[in-house]
Design a protein around this ligand. Sequence first.
Ligand SMILES: CC(C)(COP(=O)(O)OP(=O)(O)OC[C@H]1O[C@@H](n2cnc3c(N)ncnc32)[C@H](O)[C@@H]1OP(=O)(O)O)[C@@H](O)C(=O)NCCC(=O)NCCS
Length: 379
Amino acid sequence: MSEVQIFEGAMDKGLEGIVACSTGVSSIQGNTLSYRGYTIEDLAANSTFEEVTFLLWNNRLPSAAELEKFQKSLAAEYALHPDFIKSLKTIPSKDVHAMQWLRTAFSLSSHWDKDANDNSNEANARKAIKMVAKMGTIICAFEAIRNGKEPVAPKADKSIAWNFMYMLKGQEPKSDLVKIFDTCLILHADHELNCSAFATRVTTSSLSDMYSAVTSAISALKGPLHGGANEQVMIMLKKIGTIEKAQEFVKDALAAKEKVMGIGHRVYKNGDPRAAILRKISDKLTAQIGEHKWYEMSILIDDTMNKEKGLMPNVDFYSATVYYSMGIPVDIYTPIFAVSRIAGWIAHADEQYANNRIYRPRGKWVGKTDQTWKPLSQR
Ligand SMILES: CC(C)(COP(=O)(O)OP(=O)(O)OC[C@H]1O[C@@H](n2cnc3c(N)ncnc32)[C@H](O)[C@@H]1OP(=O)(O)O)[C@@H](O)C(=O)NCCC(=O)NCCS
């Protein structure tokens, strides 16, 4: 049998510009992001996270009856098994990163699912509902447990966005904030072949199970170059502290060849459409809490980065001050990304299972050759 041809010309660090698979889940054309052909602006203005999840999984919008049924099936899976909650309490949570805890907790959740290792379409459909329904409940359990409190039980007649805000704080959220939070979930639900979606597909391609694929995705999302950037943006803004210091901070960072978090993107070169929507929300919410300075600092950083490097903000930049204005703890920002992006991860896993071939690229050898083993006495 002849050897497989190697296309070295296609090799690039970070696979920039490489098409690694065909996908019908979401697309980026210029600076337009669409899920299943619907623009993000259209969905953010008119849809709900549950409807968008249905869209991502079914390649069409639901009818009213289908949406109601879908919401009910999600609501029936919000709650965590009491034994799982007991186990969650045993995962160390002090001085542990929220994403580190989530990675363990999510993986552990599979132990309460008899479908965990069943890759049939029927079992995957059941798992998909459970995973999306429980992600927010798991994260809010973390917030309760680390503060020595009992996790708040979800309410079956409410949405994922409502429940997240309710379980996180233990009090019923204001409806305008729930709407904004739901918009944030819509904006983060999928993003073509981003790092965590690719991780999902790589794990799925070995015909591993969906829990393993999503655990890989959570691990990829954690990094500061991907989902972890939103947390880093707020840490940076707090470090800068005042509007007067913002420009100087950026110039110093660039001079030191450091990254300014929440800025830049591999694909968008003329702006991330999600950032444009979040920027307006950040303006409004920071003013509402009487801390508009965070928005003003962000604007200065945004402008300076554009002037100095021609780089623009990504989704993580303004989402940081939006979550801050909602009183959400800073280390929960990246887990929120997971509450939403799990919808996209599952759509990618489904697509991969349906048309699978294992991901197995080649590495260009740059190491030593012709080495001969020597006994210890001769080294
Ligand atoms: C998003 C990101 C990972 C894309 O990475 P990439 O496509 O590999 O781009 P590179 O890191 O190669 O950057 C290209 C150039 O822009 C610069 N650059 C990119 N993002 C930058 C940032 N946030 N701050 C400062 N410089 C940045 C790089 O230093 C590099 O400059 P050079 O050509 O002078 O060396 C990158 O822009 C980044 O690290 N941003 C900050 C983290 C972040 O917000 N991540 C969330 C992504 S949604």
